[in-house]
Design a protein around this ligand. Sequence first.
Ligand SMILES: CC(C)(COP(=O)(O)OP(=O)(O)OC[C@H]1O[C@@H](n2cnc3c(N)ncnc32)[C@H](O)[C@@H]1OP(=O)(O)O)[C@@H](O)C(=O)NCCC(=O)NCCS
Length: 170
Amino acid sequence: MKVVHAAPEDARAVAEIHVEAWRAAYRFIVPTDYLNSLSIERREDMWGECIAAGEPELLVAKKAGVVQGWISFGKCRDIGSHNSEAEVWAIYVSPTAWSTGAGRLLWLRAKELMLEQDFKSCSLWVFPQNERAIKFYHSAGFSHDGAAPKNFELGGAQLQEVRFVSQFSC
Ligand SMILES: CC(C)(COP(=O)(O)OP(=O)(O)OC[C@H]1O[C@@H](n2cnc3c(N)ncnc32)[C@H](O)[C@@H]1OP(=O)(O)O)[C@@H](O)C(=O)NCCC(=O)NCCS
C-alpha cells in the first residue's frame, strides 16, 4: 500500500469511499434517509474541485492502484485557532479495507507533511458514538481535549461532535 497526493482521476473513488464509509460507519448515528440521499456524483464534483485547488490537501492510500482510503487536512478551521494548528478535515477508508492499516498509513504521512509545514498540533471532530474511529484516534496519539462540543442538525436529527487533539511537541 502506498500513500500519495490525490490526482484528478482519483476523485470518483474518493467520492465512492466517502459515501460508502458514511453509510457503514454512521448507520446508527445519522438518519437512514439522509444516508440514502448522499450523492456520489456531487461528492465527485466537490473532490475534483478540491484536488484542482490543492486545498484541503488530499492523500489517497492505494493498493495495486486501487484507492483504499483517503485523508484531507489543512489549517485548523476552528474560530480563534492559531496558524500552528492543523486539522484532519476528514479521513475515510473503504469499509472493505477497515483494519488493514490504510488509516494508520494515511495518518502517518499526513502528520509528516504537517510537521514539514511547521504545524505543532492537530485536531479533529468526531461523533462520540463512533467507537471505531475513537479507538483509531487514541492509537494515533489523539485525546479528547475537553473543548465545548459542536451541536448541529443533520437530516432532522440533533447531533454532536467532540474535539480530539494530538500535540506534536509532547
Ligand atoms: C477510522 C478509520 C479511518 C480507521 O482506518 P483503518 O484503516 O480501519 O485503520 P487501521 O487499519 O490503520 O487501524 C485500525 C486497527 O486495525 C489494526 N491494524 C492495523 N494494521 C492491521 C493489519 N495489517 N491487519 C490487521 N489489523 C491491523 C490497528 O492495529 C488498529 O487497531 P487498534 O486501533 O487496536 O490499534 C476507518 O475505520 C474508517 O474509515 N471509519 C469510518 C469513517 C470514520 O469514522 N472516519 C472518521 C470520521 S471522524
